[in-house]
Design a protein around this ligand. Sequence first.
Ligand SMILES: *[C@@H]1O[C@H](CO)[C@@H](O)[C@H](O)[C@H]1NC(C)=O
Ligand SMILES: *[C@@H]1O[C@H](CO)[C@@H](O)[C@H](O)[C@H]1NC(C)=O
Ligand SMILES: *[C@@H]1O[C@H](CO)[C@@H](O)[C@H](O)[C@H]1NC(C)=O
Ligand SMILES: *[C@@H]1O[C@H](CO)[C@@H](O)[C@H](O)[C@H]1NC(C)=O
Length: 398
Amino acid sequence: MGYFFSVGGCILSLLLPLPTATAKFVLFDNTKPAFDTEGRILDAHDGTIQRFHKDGPYYMHAVEYGLCQAPNITGCDSPDRCGFRLDHNLSVYTSWDLSSGSWAFQGYAFPWTERPAGTLFRPSAVFNPTTHEYILWWNYVYPNGTYAGFAVATSSKPQGPFEQRRAQVNIAHLPAGDFHLFVDDDGTGYVLYSADFWITIEELTPDFLGVSGRAFDGFRGNGSEWGFEAPVMFKRKGIYYILFGPMCCFCYQGSGIRVYTATSPLGPYTFQGDDIACASKGTFAATAHTRADNDGPIPTPEQGCLFYGTDQISTTRAQQNFVIEVQTSGGETEYVWTGDRWMQSPDGLKGHEPQYWFPLSFDEQGRIERVSWIDLFVLDVADMTEEDEALPLRVSQS
Ligand SMILES: *[C@@H]1O[C@H](CO)[C@@H](O)[C@H](O)[C@H]1NC(C)=O
Ligand SMILES: *[C@@H]1O[C@H](CO)[C@@H](O)[C@H](O)[C@H]1NC(C)=O
Ligand SMILES: *[C@@H]1O[C@H](CO)[C@@H](O)[C@H](O)[C@H]1NC(C)=O
Ligand SMILES: *[C@@H]1O[C@H](CO)[C@@H](O)[C@H](O)[C@H]1NC(C)=O
């Protein structure tokens, strides 16, 4: 970037460097759980991780499942309802660089006793640029096991406290499963969700408290198929991506990632082809991480990468959680895929189940390349904690 002006007949050019931040090289270790600033294993799952301001920290809004013993069978067959408790908290953490040990607990979005009674899952937080409010949706099931719906709360601050505005949103397909909110560059909001074998996208009303009626009914499995879960939506270089995987109810074996792309948020979407995280045994996945099975949890038949009777391995050993947009010091964006590794906690406690993180690669057409297992990776995360130093001016005389 150059600014040119003339002083006393000679042209001075003040060359300002691009506004780059200092690089901080952060090591991510998938062989260990992540920790908060107090040295506790992060009990934070099913959530969203994002920056709301270009100079601000990353905010995580995620579920605290609690330190109950995960079942010693398949993940959802919990005799004491560990994973389905009524007191799941919706926690808010911040971090400047996403590293293990950097996550500072900011509080709960609201006390669990002040939300509608039930089991809370998979919250999604976004900023509404029209109303300037932070919007939080979550999914819940009544204590009697009947599906309740999506509830909505708002706050003027990302860390809350959040105030409930809707106990239920009238979406097109009920009962719905997992979902994710997405805000486009023009400020329009969308909810992507799975329900009754459908993956659906609905446009939100301008206040993001409900749906407008414009919808895209994308992908329907057939009646003999299990449903899909854990959808995530993001945009990169003008392409809209939705990623989801076969149902995986706290499934030990982990699930896959199916990629669909479009040039407009309500589609039509094109399947990229082939699951990028389920792989045949003995082929690609032979190099994947295989955790030594202990005598505790067992895989859930027909779910995750065992979907529809297939006998594949999940290269992530996880179910999709979120795709984090990470700013690098050079002003680029890295897309870090994150997934929950259900039933794989080091001490058998539900809340200590770790995550798998992986930086996605895209080819020239924007296709996402296969996701493999890596123990470690290093990422250049722009350091936003430093005060901007006075930009050096280079003066050249001509
Ligand atoms: C949620 O927070 C409350 C209050 O701190 C606590 O009593 C409860 O155990 C927490 N729930 C879980 C699942 O950890
Ligand atoms: C379950 O609880 C909800 C909320 O109280 C109620 O509306 C619903 O009718 C109940 N369902 C059954 C099957 O009892
Ligand atoms: C249902 O979907 C599965 C997997 O795509 C396919 O193999 C099967 O033939 C389909 N069944 C019917 C009845 O369409
Ligand atoms: C799980 O159950 C098996 C079979 O009863 C037992 O051998 C094992 O010790 C149990 N594991 C845990 C972590 O409780």
